[in-house]
Design a protein around this ligand. Sequence first.
Ligand code: F6R
Length: 261
Amino acid sequence: MDVGIAGSAREAAALAADLVAAALVGSTSPVLGVATGSSPVGIYDELAQRVARGELSLAGASAFMLDEYVGLPVGHPQAYRAVIDEIFTRKVDIDPSRVHGPDGGASDVEGACAAYESAIRDAGGVDVQILGIGTDGHIAFNEPSSSLASRTRIKTLTRQTRLDNARFFGGDLDAVPTHCLTQGVGTILEAREIVVVATGAAKSEAVRQMVEGAVSARWPATALQLHPRVTVLLDPEAAARLELADYYREVWANKPDWQRP
Ligand code: F6R
């Protein structure tokens, strides 16, 4: 696991965008894994600026979302399909019909989850996955106790996650759905490269566990330690509890050029 401690959230987003862009060039039909929530917004803005400057194109790319709420009416502004359109799809030159997400409104939930797994496989798998992390250590919506081998399925959100996300629902906890469809930890680990971004003090304990904790379903993000190509990009607040922060800074500062995007 490569840990980059940036000077600010903005710098972390720019570094993450460098990695994502580098993973996408060289393929005419790359596959990007996209997270929703606040963490990746700066990355998408960076990618959008590069597209606008003509330095990058996602015209041939497809994208797969991590998760979707269950129970929100179609077109609800907080449905992750609507959120990803807002923060990513409409800002870049990707074909909207190639941005996929799990069907949170499906009556056949198992069938919808299996179909989503097949769609990712049929696209050739995810080249680079962008991830945020929950304050409770979730990745996608794999909440504590999720199997580290799990595949796309329905999950119950923890109260902590619903409290964290109530800010998107006008602060109304009751308006936050209780369930979601989410890629599993096993699904995520099949991405060829993973870029995690975390900012702010509220993430510092989850970040400590993800980077330095024992691999355990108690903190699902710890499963990322089992993946050979993960980069974690942090601002100083999110990195504040890392025991080996000085070492990560030294490694990052002394990376040979060939290891940089
Ligand atoms: C979103 C997702 C979640 C978020 C996490 C952090 O698709 O899968 O794991 O990445 O809840 O959310 P923010 O970035 O809003 O703090």
